[in-house]
Design a protein around this ligand. Structure first.
Ligand code: GLC
Length: 773
């Protein structure tokens, strides 16, 4: 039974927190603070006294949480004080957020009003409709049943953050619960006008982001939870993966075929099959006799190699990783000290306790031999953690605690130094959603440490709020079926709206048999998603780009070539995500927050501000209906102009899908390459799509694509503008090449306006250029 907190009386300030107490039983406190100008925090504590301990109170001592959990990247001390705001003003700002808190003997709840027009987005990786209003579900990471679909209860990555958008005025706000245990979310399901989030324990911490635009909310949210560092450029290319590339010879064949058949590709991935009976950090030396040779051949072809590493560590007293972990006590144990064991691919396993920095450091260093052999990046899988080696899981069920670690495992965190960076020991039930993220962190930090001059690239299956700091995400084991193309869009848009910009799905579908048409349409979806990887399960028919012959092979190639042409545009978007938290793949409401119809579009997405992609997701379809927001849109393929503000049907023969360019925008592009760093982008084409009489501006971002020098400002920015006034067309290019100079001779400027196409080549490197066309 929950008791709503009422009759709050202000007690005073404690540090930067403003503290209120309930007059009645149960005794508890609300402490609120303003961080920056648009982020507020309120925490509810089941206690009558606020002392300066950093920790949440939970489960009476054993299993406490640091009050900044693993989610938060920016602690209180890093926020500037908001100046000398008068106490009365701060109180009046915080007071609206003191309503809706409730307490039960073992749980705490926050309830926020939902405005009648409000839609609810974000909440991480979830199937089903994009707007989560009316739904109730847990935030609890699991490896879901085989063939996840609209009714799947919860997935590999869940994020206790939502963005509320009121479509009539276009205003957005956000709410994050800083909690890595289970959160029961009810977005207007039991009460149509209220959103509630419930946790167990003795403390509930919520952050509020005031917006007012969706972009502002994301900026505020990622200031708190961190942003994606720039990944290496090659990771933005097309990747080829397969569960059951069984030998060095096969890898050689796949890579060679990619090149012979001109399918752009930047990386080949090795799934669990490369290992010695699924022992992490080992090779099956009979099938992969010379990894170094294999990798250097790949590198010579302009390919990278990514290898999988799971957390489950085989119990085998002859296996060095197991021995080290036992010797130093690195594996998870129950409260009573017993080792936690579970079955994964290698059989009985133990699991590293990534809550401890000493364990993360150890794990991070285990990558050294692989890196020395030339492996470029890492893929962390099964890190919910999944405790199963069954291919067919149970049917969907509301019971979400099966097939993962037990609640009463005690993560040691800072052990006897609970006030250190890791905090105090924490029960798994409070740590659970952080497990995958902290594994990815161990990997990311390990790679950074071992190769300090290169940008790490890590792909993870599991994570929670903040995982964008360490890894890209893919949505796990989808199915080779049409519904999964459609399902991918709202899911990945919501992941982007939860701060994780670098996201994608298995192109072609993972479970089941793909076919030529499905594979092509999947590739057209993936071609403009941030992460672009073809992956397939063991036992299925092949689905590499050539597997189904013509006309499918050519159509697949053409989709991926479109991605490579647009690489300068995508790269700039990755940089925007890294600097402001903006998603790369965006729901239409992101740029059209007041457009009622745009708010409901789930089967198309914006790539940045200028491109709208509407993939085909029905078998046999050669056309589909697309909503274009207000304004004028150009067909990417034909250059035809269409007025926005409504629905239209567009044709889509197999080799194309509806793709549009917003009028008055500038799109940078380059030549098709077989891998992103094959040569400098030469010429750099700047295509201006102009409505008659208009102005477009754009800033292109470039850097060396691989090192960390961009963090010291080694980057190039090129400001471009295009103005059309009656018959006068002027393009201005202004280069800022202070610390990094792209190797380039020429710009090719193309302007489409009023049915005409104007074109000119200009020499690069002049600083500022004014071009009249
Ligand atoms: C999991 C992953 C999948 C991988 C398989 C084998 O099911 O989600 O991508 O291929 O494990 O490692």
């Amino acid at each position: 039974m929950f008791t709503e907190l009422s009759k709050l009386s202000f007690q005073g300030t404690f540090g930067r927190e403003y503290v209120w107490q309930t007059a009645k039983k149960p005794n508890c406190l609300l402490a609120g603070t303003i961080l920056g100008s648009q982020v507020l925090r309120v925490r509810l504590l089941r206690s009558s006294r606020l002392d300066n301990t950093r920790y949440q109170l939970a489960d009476g001592g054993a299993g406490t949480l640091p009050y900044h959990s693993w989610i938060v990247a920016k602690g209180d001390e890093q926020w500037h004080e908001t100046g000398q705001l008068e106490e009365a003003i701060v109180r009046s700002i915080l007071e609206p957020y003191l309503q809706g808190w409730a307490i039960a003997p073992d749980a705490l709840r926050l309830t926020r009003p939902l405005a009648s027009e409000e839609r609810v987005f974000g909440l991480g990786e979830r199937t089903g409709t994009m707007n989560k209003r009316g739904q109730a579900f847990p935030i609890w990471n699991i490896d879901p049943h085989k063939g996840h679909g609209p009714r799947t209860v919860t997935m590999y990555t869940s994020i206790p953050f939502y963005l509320g958008l009121t479509l009539n005025d276009g205003r957005a706000h956000g709410v994050l619960l800083d909690h890595t245990g289970r959160v029961d979310v009810d977005m207007g399901n039991s009460n149509g006008s209220a959103a509630s989030m419930t946790v167990q324990g003795d403390s509930l911490i919520a952050y509020f982001f005031t917006g007012p635009t969706p972009a502002d909310v994301l900026k505020q949210y990622t200031e708190l939870t961190g942003r994606m560092p720039m990944p290496p450029r090659w990771s933005m290319g097309h990747h080829q993966c397969r569960w059951s590339y069984l030998s060095q010879k096969q890898i050689h064949q796949i890579a060679t075929r990619m090149r012979e058949r001109n399918h752009p590709c930047d990386a080949i991935w090795l799934d669990i099959d490369y290992t010695d009976e699924y022992r992490n950090f080992t090779w099956n030396t009979s099938t992969f006799p010379d990894p170094e040779q294999m990798i250097s051949e790949l590198h010579a072809q302009g390919m990278h190699l990514v290898t999988i590493i799971d957390p489950g560590t085989k119990i085998d007293k002859h296996y060095a990783v197991y021995q080290q972990g036992i010797e130093h006590d690195y594996f998870c144990r129950f409260q009573n000290g017993e080792l936690f064991t579970g079955t994964v691919w290698p059989g009985a396993c133990v699991f590293p306790d990534y809550s401890q920095s000493r364990v993360r450091d150890w794990w991070g260093n285990l990558y050294q031999p692989l890196l020395q052999q030339g492996v470029d990046a890492m893929w962390n899988d099964m890190n919910e953690p999944a405790v199963t080696n069954l291919l067919v899981h149970d049917e969907p069920t509301a019971e979400t605690k099966t097939n993962t670690m037990s609640d009463d495992v005690l993560h040691q965190a800072g052990r006897e130094q609970p006030t250190g960076i890791d905090g105090p020991p924490t029960l798994h039930k409070f740590y659970h959603n952080a497990y995958g993220m902290e594994m990815a962190r161990a990997t990311y930090e390990g790679l950074l440490h071992l190769r300090p001059d290169s940008r790490p690239f890590v792909l993870t299956r599991s994570g929670t709020a903040g995982v964008q700091r360490y890894a890209a995400l893919w949505t796990g084991d989808n199915t080779s079926q049409w519904a999964d193309i459609l399902m991918a869009m709202p899911m990945c848009m919501n992941i982007g709206m939860s701060g994780v910009a670098f996201v994608g799905v298995d192109i072609g579908g993972f479970w089941g048999a793909s076919n030529g048409e499905l594979l092509v349409r999947f590739a057209q979806l993936g071609a403009l998603m941030p992460f672009c990887r073809n992956h397939n399960a063991m036992g299925n028919p092949d689905q590499e780009p050539w597997s189904f012959g013509e006309p499918f092979e050519s159509a697949y190639r053409s989709a991926i070539e479109t991605r490579y042409r647009l690489m300068p545009y995508l790269y700039t978007l990755f940089h925007e995500a890294a600097s402001s938290g903006a998603p790369i793949m965006r729901p239409l409401y992101y740029h059209y927050p007041q457009d009622e119809q745009a708010g409901g579009v789930e089967d198309a997405f914006l790539v940045g501000e200028s491109l709208l992609s509407a993939p085909i997701y029905e078998q046999g379809a050669t056309s589909r209906s697309v909503y274009l927001p207000a304004g004028i849109w150009f067909d990417y393929w034909t250059g035809d102009e269409y007025p926005g503000g409504g629905w239209n049907t567009f044709t889509a023969p197999l080799e194309r899908w509806p793709l549009f360019i917003r009028a008055n925008s500038i799109l940078p592009s380059g030549p098709v390459m077989q891998f992103v760093d094959q040569y400098p982008t030469e010429p750099l084409t700047l295509t201006c799509h102009m409505a008659t009489d208009g102005l477009a501006t754009y800033t292109l971002y470039e850097d060396d694509g691989n090192s960390l020098a961009y963090q010291q400002g080694a980057s190039a920015r090129t400001d471009i503008s295009c103005r059309v006034l009656k018959d006068f067309v002027t393009v201005e290019i202004e280069e800022h090449f202070d610390n990094y100079r792209p190797s380039r001779e020429e710009y090719e400027v193309i302007v489409h306006t009023g049915g005409r196409t104007l074109q000119k080549k200009v020499q690069a490197g002049q600083g500022k250029m004014v071009i009249r066309l």
